[in-house]
Design a protein around this ligand. Structure first.
Ligand SMILES: Cc1cc2nc3c(=O)[nH]c(=O)nc-3n(C[C@H](O)[C@H](O)[C@H](O)COP(=O)(O)OP(=O)(O)OC[C@H]3O[C@@H](n4cnc5c(N)ncnc54)[C@H](O)[C@@H]3O)c2cc1C
Length: 633
């Protein structure tokens, strides 16, 4: 019988040093809170159990947003990547996204070292089994060794470990990712406390030995030569020259036949899997069934680290029996002699249904208790890290008696994600996509600092050097935009000769340099043939801002007008103790949904499915009558 004992007191305790936990702990410590980060295994800090990559559509923008707010993920990946690629360069700025192949071991080591060196942060290996609660308010945690740590705020970031079970073919056993320890006692405890729990699942592909791959039968996927980075603190001159490539191959008919012939042994069809999987991350067996007409599926061979021979077979996530996985691998071009180092597997785990959270990620059930990451039903390192940062910031603000920090849907993808979770909930692992953001033209990769760095500075998470670089950049962009709007280009012979030489249509009338730059065929470098360069040299990132601000001005203004309109509803707060049952004219479905979600603003209420505009008008009138009554009493 383990004896419990009083251990130290802290301001904030974070449970789990995954992608959410690291950001939460660093944010709270950097905002001056004495912070304890407890995790099952220190060798799995910021561990990547699945794809060894950071970024991609929407996710890449989140990493930039985390960096602009003073988080760590961007700086960490910029120092530990194997290759970087900007995706969707042929498309508009709203969908451009950076993706980096991570050296997952170097990523882990650097993040762990950053945590160890951080002031006000204590990192400790331990399994949390219980929450200590008094009168509905959190006051600490108890671990498997009996240690009772006190704190004013606790942030749970337990990822895929809650009551985790691994499934490979007919085999199912209690385990966290990569055969790490599952967290079952805490899962039981959360259920007993009354949290509504769901069961989700995700999966990962086999890992194979690089030397056993015949790369001649695959197609090289090199990184970009053009420097790029996730962190606004990183410098282009540090961009990696020697990048490690990935390789492309495909499944084929015999691969598909092997899966078809063994569908009866796959966990999804044998019913051994209970958890709900991610629609946007299907297993290979899922793909074969759902897209039966497809002749082949892309597979990317992604190196996991410079320090290992392990290669991740992206696109072959599976929980097929081990023997079937082996024949499947050997059916693929380049992998005929592949040595499987780790089989693919599925993992199912408990999540807390996120409608039980406030937009600050504090739970409604227990004051001072926050949850972030996969525990809230999301999937992805970036999604987890974004939530961790917000939870860490709000725990620190609450302890300091500060105002809650909530990002709106028009501020950031992080705002879109959290609002979707707490307002709509999720029935399957939630993954961020550009299509989820109605203001995606505003929420771009390139302008995350212009959108968020001032907020990060106010929170005390942006240091002087970062702030100075940002302030100079912002000023230069502002000055140049003003200059281009003031500078006139006249249809003189000399100007039109130059334009014609460039192969473009000559000017008919005088126009501002900005109007000239609006022409799709004209770039900033072309414009400089007609005007003197800016006093202060502009670097590529600043030129990119100028071009986007001018070329997309109309679309951006339209989005900003929409945001302005919504601001009135966003500002209209709903009293926490409102009695929806007292509002007769509300539709039944709306009343039920409003009672379940308890939205904090009229705008949030308007986003709840089943609450229509008529209900919102009724609510608005009701709120006006309440405030009138209050002001007259
Ligand atoms: C097999 C697998 C496949 C995946 N596939 C994908 C995918 O295809 N696409 C995708 O986007 N994402 C995928 N993911 C999800 C991705 O790994 C997670 O989204 C991400 O790691 C979540 O970060 P997190 O911080 O919430 O949790 P994690 O990174 O899981 O970290 C949680 C940490 O908390 C610790 N912990 C848990 N319970 C306790 C406790 N009681 N006490 C102390 N410490 C505790 C754990 O040991 C772990 O270190 C996959 C994950 C797994 C396991």
């Amino acid at each position: 019988m383990v004896h419990s004992y009083q251990a130290q007191s802290f301001d904030v305790i974070v449970v789990g040093a995954g992608h959410a936990g690291c950001e939460a702990a660093l944010a709270a410590a950097r905002m001056g809170c004495e912070t304890l980060l407890l995790t099952i295994n220190l060798d799995m800090v910021a561990f990547m159990p699945c794809n060894p990559s950071i970024g991609g559509p929407a996710k890449g923008v989140v990493v930039r947003e985390i960096d602009a707010l003073g988080g760590q993920m961007g700086r960490n990946i910029d120092q530990t990547y194997l290759q970087m690629r900007m995706l969707n360069t042929g498309k508009g700025p709203a969908v451009r996204a950076l993706r980096a192949q991570a050296d997952k071991h170097a990523y882990h080591m650097l993040m762990k070292h950053t945590l160890e060196k951080e002031a006000h942060l204590t990192l400790r290996q331990s399994i949390v089994e219980k929450l200590l609660i008094k009168d509905g308010k959190i006051c600490g945690v108890e671990t498997a060794t009996g240690a009772k740590y006190q704190a004013q705020a606790v942030i749970l970031t337990t990822g895929t470990a809650l009551r985790a079970k691994i499934i490979v073919g007919e085999l199912k056993y209690s385990s966290g990712p990569n055969n790490s320890q599952a967290s079952t006692s805490l899962a039981d405890h959360l259920k007993k406390l009354g949290f509504e729990i769901a069961r989700f699942k995700t999966g990962t592909p086999p890992r194979i030995k690089s030397q056993s791959i015949d790369y001649n039968e695959t197609k090289i996927q090199p990184g970009d030569e053009t420097p790029n980075n996730f962190s606004f603190s990183s410098k282009d001159q540090d961009y990696l020259k020697e990048q490690i490539p990935c390789w492309l191959t495909y499944t084929n008919q015999s691969s598909h036949d092997i899966i078809q012939q063994n569908l009866h042994r796959t966990p999804i069809f044998t019913g051994i899997v209970e958890g709900v999987g991610a629609r946007y991350c299907p297993s290979i067996e899922d793909k074969i069934v759902r897209f039966a007409d497809k002749k082949r599926h892309q597979l990317f061979l992604e190196p996991e680290s410079r320090e290992t021979e392990e290669v991740y077979v992206q696109g072959l996530s599976t929980s097929l029996p081990e023997d079937v996985q082996l024949s499947l691998l050997h059916s693929i071009a380049g992998l005929k002699n592949a040595q499987m180092m780790r089989p693919g597997y599925a993992i199912e785990y408990d999540v807390i249904k996120p409608h039980q959270l406030r937009p600050t990620l504090e739970t409604k059930l227990i004051s001072g208790l926050y949850t972030a990451g996969q525990i809230n039903g999301t999937s992805g390192y970036e999604e987890a890290a974004g939530q961790g940062l917000i939870a860490g910031i709000n725990a620190a603000l609450k302890i300091a008696g500060g105002e809650a920090f909530v990002l709106k849907r028009s501020d950031a993808y992080i705002g879109v994600m959290i609002d979707d979770l707490v307002t709509k909930g999720t029935m399957e692992p939630y993954r961020l996509l550009t299509s989820r953001a109605e203001y995606r033209l505003i929420l771009r990769h390139d302008n995350a600092d212009l959108r968020l760095m001032e907020m990060g500075r106010k929170l005390g998470l942006i240091n002087d050097d970062q702030w100075l670089r940002f302030a100079i950049k912002k000023e230069k962009i502002k000055n140049e935009l003003r200059r281009l709007n003031q500078l006139k280009l006249k249809p003189t012979t000399e100007v039109n000769e130059k334009i014609t030489k460039l192969g473009y249509k000559p000017l008919q009338d005088a126009m501002s340099a900005a109007q000239f730059l609006k022409r799709p065929e004209i770039g900033y470098s072309d414009l400089l043939q007609f005007i003197t360069p800016a006093v202060e040299n502009l670097n590529n990132k600043e030129v990119e801002q100028i071009e986007i601000a001018i070329k997309y001005e109309g679309y951006i203004q339209k989005a900003l007008d929409k945001i302005e309109k919504l601001k009135r509803l966003e500002a209209k707060r709903i009293p926490e103790n409102i009695d929806y049952d007292a509002i007769d004219s509300l539709a039944t479905e709306a009343r039920q949904k409003l009672n379940k979600i308890r939205p904090e603003t009229l705008a949030q209420a308007s986003r709840i499915s089943g609450v229509n505009s008529a209900d919102i008008s009724i609510l608005m009138v009701y709120l006006q009558s309440i405030s009138k009554r209050r002001s007259s009493s």
